[in-house]
Design a protein around this ligand. Structure first.
Ligand SMILES: *[C@@H]1O[C@H](CO)[C@@H](O)[C@H](O)[C@H]1NC(C)=O
Ligand SMILES: *[C@@H]1O[C@H](CO)[C@@H](O)[C@H](O)[C@H]1NC(C)=O
Ligand SMILES: CC(=O)N[C@H]1CO[C@H](CO)[C@@H](O)[C@@H]1O
Length: 826
């Protein structure tokens, strides 16, 4: 027998054994569970008693464990403790945009061949629709619970990824909600709420996890990789950008877990830094949950970063810093030695276990009979339901962004465009549409299939794959375009170009893609539409400036129903309302910003242009917030809005009578407020009329930015309000009721330096017409000044042809920055 034959034999043999095992399990009919009332051994255990408070039960359980058992519970594949009826548990499951099989805790097959695969997060973020984000989380956790009940998934999901999309080259930018910290924070809180449910008491439907804390957004660039990278981050950037989504995730979303990252921050591995784990996440933000390492990151900080001299020190330092669970074997191997060497006490281990076991108890894992618990009835029929798949389609429609539309090239008409040439390496893809951290989809509709529902199609891939190494297939693509009434080119990237551990070197479309687009455009008979399927931004200036290319759509990775959504937008069944959640930079931007430079703020003295729309003022291909519609919107400060604004002048916590302040004026698209008092976040109403002035129904997203005063480079524009308005009929005006719904999450503003202070409750005016938000200015407050400084609230007018980036709409008057304008680099 050759070795490969032996291998095959073993494989077949082990398959047989597995089948036999499965048969045995099936015979005993169910997956065993803890605290089974029929098990005489466990019946009397105190930790099984659901009437007791969870902390009492957790303490009881921990008290019954030996040190060796405890240590084997510090890792993702936690052992079973048969004498206590405790089953082994795999902590690592993923559900970034649908139940995923990336972690070992979840497997597809049998009664669960697939799960609903929603668009990649960057696409969903573009909808700016908080209720959509929450709804997706609700559906994903239904399917997760169903699979858990079937014994093929866990209850602890290490999603979402809410790192700031700082650099356009980042291979994992696709997984995130974009570059704006407020947007990312709202996404985090909404998705986590959806996943975890609003169970009575502290009960969790599933446990979500916000990752990777913090300042992690470099995977592998130019010889620098995430395992070795020391992110040098200023305190200010950390506080007003990198940490914001995590804080929102913990404080607003009440997430049950946070994951620390591989990289170091200012010389310390994040998983070994008590200042950020113990003090910030648990101390300041009051995490009710567990802190987990990224997979093998404890090993990495010892083996790769040589942060400690011995592995025992690595185990001791991470646990003492606040780490509760290791994804990887490291802590199971080295914790006992750490205790023996006196670096760690058993009590430290108990504290870590209390955090993980509490989450398991909140999930109901020690409550006995699973089918009798909430969600215990969910099963295979609750996965991939028509309603769930419809939501995946709806999410894709809401996330698609119309970047360019010259002379009404879109929408296409089924009457005039009967034959469509469908060209490009992404034109008939399936798994490409679900991006990374995906599972097995319920099914797919490719772009070609979607378009075929509207018109006759001629399909030509044009390139063999997205790398597009040659032009051999271009001729056939040109022939197709000559014959068709319109041409749709579906170009872009996939996981071979941008992925985990794969950052891009440049921003142009790969290989000969650009050449294919231009050559087809030259010969095409009808309008040419460029559809970009990619997570990160691409520099498509050539297409933006080419008059022959009528329209450009960005679809991100649009999920299992992506092709249907794309076709619906192309033919006008759906009117695109998405907006870019990140800046699209030109290629030459990259030469000025090494990916290793974490600085957000521009530094003109060093020729450093800064990052994201909040700090970078140079040329862009498309700005943050850009997105067109088939209709037009007029967007004005309401005529009924007060010319004089009322802001609180005195500091009383329960102030209801607001003192009128005379020194506020409304000008252009902004409101200038002077004389705010720093100690109370001042609030004023903002009433904006939005009118659909076109002849097509459409949705509209309102973005409101606040620009604090001061010339200091540290002072930033802040997105204070984002809200997607409902579908508005043509010629319909919304104003009176625009803010009348109860879900304003009007947060804002920096009361103190570096600290976002969301208002506990948004203030809604009596007539329900106006939203109130803080105008307090944190730079002002930092200085302790309270008079004669100006704060500006700029209102972005979302005209279809956005000529300037939103923050340029209203150049604020900038009084001199008197002090504390510097970055506080460590
Ligand atoms: C947000 O998404 C939800 C869920 O799909 C949808 O019902 C709602 O209409 C959306 N809101 C807007 C303004 O588009
Ligand atoms: C839109 O509204 C304006 C003002 O109310 C009216 O004059 C106009 O006829 C309307 N247009 C359409 C298409 O309904
Ligand atoms: C209410 C208030 O603060 N009013 C001030 C407006 O500005 C003028 C000139 O700067 C001041 O004299 C007022 O006191």
């Amino acid at each position: 027998m050759s070795s490969s034959n032996i291998f095959n034999f073993i494989k077949r043999f082990s398959l047989l054994v597995t089948l036999l095992l499965l048969a045995t399990v099936a015979d005993s009919s169910r997956v065993p569970f803890a605290c089974d009332p029929r098990n005489g051994v466990t019946r009397s255990l105190q930790f099984c008693r659901t009437s007791l408070p969870i902390h009492v039960r957790a303490r009881d359980l921990i008290g019954r464990l030996t040190l060796q058992e405890k240590i084997r519970l510090l890792v993702n594949n936690a052992i079973s403790v048969p004498r206590l009826g405790i089953q082994g548990y795999e902590w690592w499951s993923e559900a970034l945009h649908g139940v995923s099989n990336v972690g070992p805790g979840t497997k597809f097959g049998g009664a669960f061949p697939g799960a609903t695969s929603f668009p990649q997060v960057i696409t969903t973020a573009a909808s700016f629709n908080q209720s959509l984000w929450e709804e997706i989380g609700r559906v994903v956790s239904d399917e997760a619970r169903a699979m858990y009940n079937g014994g093929v998934a866990g209850l602890t999901y290490w999603s979402p990824n809410v790192n700031i999309f700082r650099d356009p080259r980042w291979g994992r930018g696709q997984e995130t909600p974009g570059e704006d910290p407020v947007l990312a924070g709202k996404y985090a809180a909404s998705y986590v709420r959806g996943l975890q449910g609003n169970g009575a008491g502290n009960r969790l439907k599933v446990a979500a996890c916000c990752k990777h804390y913090t300042a992690y957004d470099l995977d592998n660039w130019n010889g620098n990789d995430r395992y070795h990278f020391n992110a040098r981050v200023s305190r200010q950037d950390l506080e007003d950008t990198y940490d914001v989504p995590f804080k929102s995730c913990v404080v607003e979303g009440k997430v049950a877990s946070v994951m620390c990252s591989y990289n170091q921050v200012n010389g310390k591995p994040t998983c070994a830094d008590p200042a950020i784990l113990k003090n910030t996440i648990r101390g300041q933000w009051k995490l009710n949950g567990y802190i987990v390492s990224d997979c093998d990151s404890v090993g990495v900080l010892y083996d790769t970063q040589h942060y400690t001299k011995t592995p025992e020190e690595a185990a001791a330092e991470t646990i003492k810093a606040g780490l509760d669970l290791d994804c990887g074997p490291f802590l199971a191997i080295h914790t006992e030695g750490a205790i023996r060497n006196g670096l760690l006490s058993e009590e430290d281990v108990n504290l870590a276990l209390a955090n993980t076991i509490t989450v398991q108890m909140r999930l109901g894992m020690f409550d006995g009979e699973p089918s009798a618990q909430p969600f215990g009835n969910l099963g295979p029929r609750d996965v991939c339901t028509p309603a769930h798949q419809q939501l995946a389609l709806e999410a894709a429609r809401q996330g698609i962004v119309l970047l360019k539309n010259s002379r009404g090239a879109l929408p296409l008409s089924t009457r005039r465009h009967r034959t469509i040439a469908v060209i490009g390496p992404n034109s008939d893809v399936t798994v490409t549409m679900i991006g990374n951290y995906a599972g097995v989809a319920c099914g797919y509709t490719s772009p070609l299939q979607g378009i075929t529902r509207y018109a006759k199609t001629i399909h030509q891939a044009g390139c063999r794959d997205v790398a597009c190494g040659g032009n051999q297939l271009f001729g056939a693509a040109e022939t197709a375009a000559r014959q068709a009434d319109a041409t749709v080119l579906v170009m872009g990237l996939d996981q071979s170009i941008e992925a985990e551990f794969r950052d891009r070197a440049g921003l142009f479309l790969p290989g000969h893609q650009q050449e294919l687009v231009s050559r087809v455009a030259r010969v095409s008979r009808g309008p040419i539409i460029l559809v970009l399927m990619c997570g990160g931004p691409v520099d498509v200036s050539f297409a933006k400036n080419d008059p022959r290319i009528g329209a450009i759509l960005w679809v991100g990775y649009p999920g299992q129903a992506g092709g249907t959504a794309i076709a619906d937008v192309l033919f006008g069944t759906a009117n695109p309302g998405g907006k870019l959640p990140m800046t699209w930079y030109p290629q030459d931007y990259l030469s000025k910003v090494p990916m290793t430079n974490m600085g957000l703020r521009a530094d003109p003295t060093r020729g450093y242009p800064g990052r994201t729309y909040r700090f970078y003022k140079g040329p862009v291909v498309f700005p943050f917030g850009h997105g067109l519609s088939y209709t037009t919107f007029a967007h004005t400060l309401s005529r009924e809005a007060p010319k004089q604004l009322t802001v609180p002048f005195t500091t009383t916590t329960t102030t209801t009578s607001l003192n009128a302040l005379e020194n506020s004026t409304i000008s252009g698209n902004g409101i200038r407020v002077s004389h705010t008092n720093c100690n109370t976040p001042s609030s004023f109403g903002l009433h904006i009329d939005v009118k659909n002035t076109g002849d097509t129904d459409g949705t509209h997203t309102l973005l409101v930015f606040s620009t604090p005063p001061g010339k200091c480079p540290t002072i930033v524009i802040i997105l204070v309000f984002l809200r997607r308005a409902g579908e508005m009929a043509a010629n319909f005006s919304r104003g009176q009721d625009f803010y009348s719904s109860s879900d304003h999450e009007v947060t804002l503003a920096q009361k103190k330096y570096g600290e976002l202070v969301p208002k506990k409750k948004p203030l809604i005016s009596k007539d329900n017409e106006r939203a109130f938000f803080d105008s307090a200015d944190w730079a002002l407050c930092k200085q302790g000044a309270s008079v004669n400084q100006k704060s500006t609230v700029a209102i972005e007018t979302l005209r279809p042809k956005l000529k300037r980036t939103p923050h340029q709409q209203l150049p604020p008057r900038r009084p001199a920055c008197t002090s504390d304008g510097e970055n506080h680099a460590e």
